[in-house]
Design a protein around this ligand. Structure first.
Ligand code: C5P
Length: 227
C-alpha cells in the first residue's frame, strides 16, 4: 500500500436478525442505549485507519441510518442476503484500493483490531482476517447428527471481522452472481489467494442471540463504570 491507497470499510447492516428476537433489524437494536450500527461505525472511525465508511441497511431504514451516523458515512440499500449487501457496498466504493468488510453486529470491536488488519494490508497481504483459537472441541456431523469427524482443535480458528482485502480480488470474487457465503475470505480463498490471519479479540464477538445482547450490554456498562 502507498499514500494513494484508499481504504473503504463496508458495514453490512441489512440483516433481519431473527435469532436476536427483537422487533428491529439487528443492527438497529441498542446495546447500552446505542444502536449496534453506530457503535460499529464509531469503532471504525476511532481506529483512524479507514478513509471512508459505507453502510448497507434495509430500504426502510436509510433515513434513520443517515440521522444516526456522522455525515461523512455513506448509507446505501443492502440486499436480501449478506452477499447482496456486500455487493451493493462494493458498487458504492468504486475508488477503493482496499476494502474492509465489517459486520455491524460486531459492535464492540476494539479500534486496535481494525488497525491490526489495516497494518497487515499495508505490509502487502491481499487478504487479512482476525482469528481466535477455538476453545470448544468442534465435530462434523451427518444429517442424522451422527459424528463423522473431530478435527484437531489446535489447527482451527474462529474468524471475526473486519476482514481486509485488496479491492481487486474481492471484486473478482463477488463478480460471480451465484455465490453465497457467510465469510468473505472464503470467497477469496477459492480464487487461490493466501489469506493471512492477525490476532482477533474476544470483544469482536458477533451479537447474534439474546444472551449475546445481555453480555454486550454488560461489557458497555463495565466500560462506563471504568471511565
Ligand atoms: O445474520 P448474520 O449475523 O450472519 O449477519 C452478519 C452481518 O451481515 C450483520 O451485520 C447483518 O446486518 C449483515 N447482513 C446484511 N444483509 C443481509 C443479511 C445480513 O447486511 N441480507
Amino acid at each position: 500500500m502507498n499514500n494513494a491507497d484508499r481504504v473503504v470499510a463496508l458495514v453490512p447492516a441489512a440483516g433481519r436478525g431473527v435469532r436476536l428476537g427483537e422487533n428491529l433489524p439487528k443492527a438497529f437494536v441498542p446495546v447500552g442505549g446505542t444502536p449496534m450500527i453506530k457503535l460499529s461505525v464509531d469503532g471504525l472511525i476511532a481506529s483512524g485507519a479507514v478513509d471512508e465508511i459505507v453502510v448497507m441497511v434495509p430500504p426502510e431504514l436509510v433515513e434513520s441510518a443517515v440521522a444516526l451516523l456522522p455525515g461523512s458515512v455513506r448509507v446505501v440499500v443492502g440486499g436480501s442476503e449478506r452477499t447482496d449487501s456486500v455487493r451493493a457496498g462494493l458498487a458504492a466504493a468504486a475508488d477503493a484500493t482496499h476494502v474492509l468488510v465489517h459486520d455491524a453486529a460486531r459492535a464492540l470491536t476494539p479500534p486496535d483490531l481494525v488497525r491490526r488488519v489495516v497494518a497487515a494490508l499495508r505490509a502487502g497481504h491481499d487478504a487479512v482476517i482476525p482469528a481466535l483459537p477455538v476453545v470448544d472441541t468442534v465435530k462434523s456431523v451427518d444429517g442424522d447428527g451422527i459424528v463423522t469427524g473431530t478435527p484437531d482443535r489446535a489447527g482451527l480458528r474462529a474468524i471475526q471481522t473486519p476482514q481486509g482485502f485488496a479491492a481487486e480480488p474481492l471484486r473478482r470474487a463477488y463478480a460471480d452472481p451465484a455465490l453465497s457465503a457467510t465469510d468473505d475470505a472464503g470467497l477469496v480463498e477459492r480464487l487461490g489467494i493466501a489469506v493471512h490471519t492477525v490476532a482477533g479479540d474476544p470483544l469482536a464477538f458477533k451479537i447474534t442471540t439474546p444472551l449475546d445482547l445481555i453480555l454486550a450490554g454488560a461489557v458497555r456498562a463495565g466500560e462506563r463504570q471504568a471511565v
